[in-house]
Ligand binder design. Sequence first.
Ligand SMILES: [Mg+2]
Length: 367
Amino acid sequence: MKIIAVEAIPYAIPYTHPLKFASGSVESAEHILIRIWTEDGIVGTADAPPRPYTYGETQISIKNVVEEIFAPQIVGLTVFDRGAIHAIMRRTIHNQVAKGAVDIALWDAAGKYMDMPVHSLLGGWTSSLRVSHMLGFKPAEELLDEAQRFGEEYGITTFKLKVGRRPIDLDIDAVHVLRDGLDDHVEIYLDANRGWTANEALEVLRRTEGTGLTLLEEPCDAKEMMSRRRLVEKAAIPIVGDESVPTAGDASRELLSGGCNAICIKTARSGFTEATEILGLCTGLGVDVTMGNQIDTQVGSLATVTFGAAHEATARRAAELSNFLDMEDDLLAEPLKIVDGRISARPEPGVGAHIDEEKLAKYRSDN
Ligand SMILES: [Mg+2]
């Protein structure tokens, strides 16, 4: 059980379709694969996606904080010393994604030791999640084509539309084109990635009334407190905190101050341990959660499925799991499949993210 090494391997896999949104864009998945090696040959694996425009972390910063600061203090402990390892990581502030990946790798290794799938260890609510597909910035007709194609090809019936553009009419038109073109049972919700002001968001909600939107995520900067609170009070749908709530403490602050009334959980930044804390906070206070995507690889998406399938509240809504379809390739040996609009957690011990060593050798950027 003793940890003998912690690896942080940089790699790059190009996207076939770069994704554009209000706070940035991605052209290539330049991520870090975290591997925690034990004396018995069991390896815990997780993916860390650097998102400098949200958390300030880069590929190099994640590699360095894991290998230079965390690893020397973690080696010698066991994969079940999670509390002690978190105490070590807390002594370095920020670095959410690096810490989240270490946490998931620890859970993966622990599951393998216990010969149990991690989604069962975490809660075992169900074994698969409905998939929500994210639609990035495109002309409205192209968005509709994409949504229809994903409906036909994968059975997906929930779409998150990336908004936050100016003039706001661009996004309002896109909502109406999607609503008019898609079947009534198809769910549409919005994520503005802080692109608007709170008052612009209110205007968008007013002008999309009757379209059945179900959620509005991170409409504006959460620091815009008074107007954001007014938006949360006046909106007929939940206002979801995402970038404003990377930690359980942030989620408490935003929920209690009226900055949002639903929370997006992302295992890429919270790991499974802090995601569990955030989820408990939300179910305790009676607010909805969504399972978000950090433009994850298949390795990362499998972690989201593992956590989301474990709990009733996280399995209730469709989870954002399809971004990996825009990547040329992946490190996962057995690809994730969307069947009838759902992705399943893996039944084998751990998280089930077996890495294809040949692909890792091909895409790693440190050799
Ligand atoms: Mg978001």
